[in-house]
Design a binder for this molecule. Structure first.
Ligand code: PBG
Length: 322
């Protein structure tokens, strides 16, 4: 009790503070999301996500080489198709942008961890994450398309496939497809507790995946629910997920903590586009200090219990941490 106990004693210098620091963010905790497009010599900045680009595969290579020089060891690839259709068929086209990007990256950087986002929303004309009939997103018929897509990514060389669609049963179906093809080593990072969030706004501009009708509330989770996140995570683990994700991160730090405490498995958190763009906009206006804010945000996500963070700040953060 005061005056004997004085917490300030250990805050007197940076050396003391560092010695008792509980949470550390390391570059190896970070995953850098990238957007791959068809074509050549494309490096087009995404309006709502300054500093992030649509990259053709030839431009993806120097970007990843630079990220590796910054200390980044893992990337997450999103693909933008040449043409969208009802079934999102370019998602499982072996010669589409993502598959080509994966092959090129694994060829140049065999030790780089390459993760692919498995979903249909970037590829469907209606912008939903599954097949649609009579205005409804169908669960079971979508599973085959997702499994097919994941397998196509795995055959291209992906180390980890990351389904983000929120259809029930997809992790099990993907695991079955991978194992059936002799790819038991390919891991599944499941977007297990993915909420129907306003914070995906800039991303949907980036990939043109805003639903043409309705919204995603019939498959993504209600932001009000946390017990349900534990059910979702439990199911995905039973179905064979190796890593489970909570998304978004900042408005759901309590969910990250509960998932970690309950399951003690590797937990990922997605510091999503809206979180990135808000920080960027405020910093650009001089309203907050950019570098401190980035590190504070990432530290809070790790402190909540995340082992890894998917973040558009990855390169900058890795340089700050070097
Ligand atoms: C769906 C997907 C989304 C994001 C990642 N995968 C968007 C959505 O559900 O609408 C969002 C990522 C971000 O906002 O940074 N394939």
């Amino acid at each position: 009790m005061f005056p004997v106990t004085r917490p300030r004693r250990l805050r007197r210098s940076e050396a003391l503070r560092a010695m008792v620091r509980e949470t550390h963010v390391r570059p190896t905790d970070l995953v850098y999301p990238l957007f791959v497009v068809p074509g050549k010599r494309v490096r087009r900045e995404i309006g709502a996500m300054p500093g992030n680009f649509h990259l053709s595969v030839d431009e993806l290579l120097p970007e990843v080489a630079a990220a590796r020089a910054d200390g980044i060891g893992a990337v997450l690839l999103f693909g933008i198709p040449e043409r969208k259709d009802e079934r999102g068929s370019e998602a499982y086209d072996d010669s589409a942008a993502v598959q080509t990007g994966v092959r090129a990256l694994k060829d140049r950087h065999p030790e780089l961890i390459v993760i692919t986002d498995v979903c249909l929303c970037e590829y469907t004309s209606h912008g939903h994450c599954g097949l649609v009939e009579n205005g409804q997103v169908l669960n079971d018929p979508t599973l085959d398309v997702l499994a097919h897509t994941a397998l196509s990514h795995a055959r291209a060389g992906a180390d980890i496939v990351a389904p983000s669609d929120m259809m029930d049963g997809r992790v099990g179906r993907i695991r079955e497809a991978l194992d059936g093809d002799g790819r038991a080593d390919v891991a599944i990072l499941s977007y297990a507790a993915k909420y129907a969030s306003a914070f995906y706004g800039p991303f949907r501009e980036a990939v043109g995946s805003t639903p043409q009708f309705g919204d995603r509330r019939a498959y993504q989770m209600d932001p009000a629910n946390a017990d349900e996140a534990l059910i979702e995570v439990g199911l995905d683990l039973e179905e064979g997920a190796d890593i489970v994700m909570v998304k978004p991160a900042l408005a759901y730090l309590d969910v990250i903590r509960r998932v970690k405490d309950e399951f003690r498995v590797p937990v990922a958190a997605y510091n999503v586009s809206g979180e990135f763009s808000m920080l960027h906009a405020a910093a650009t206006n001089g309203w907050i200090e950019r570098e401190r804010a980035i590190l504070e945000v990432l530290t809070s996500i790790k402190r909540a219990g995340a082992d890894m963070i998917l973040t558009y700040h990855a390169r900058e953060a890795a340089r700050l941490l070097a």
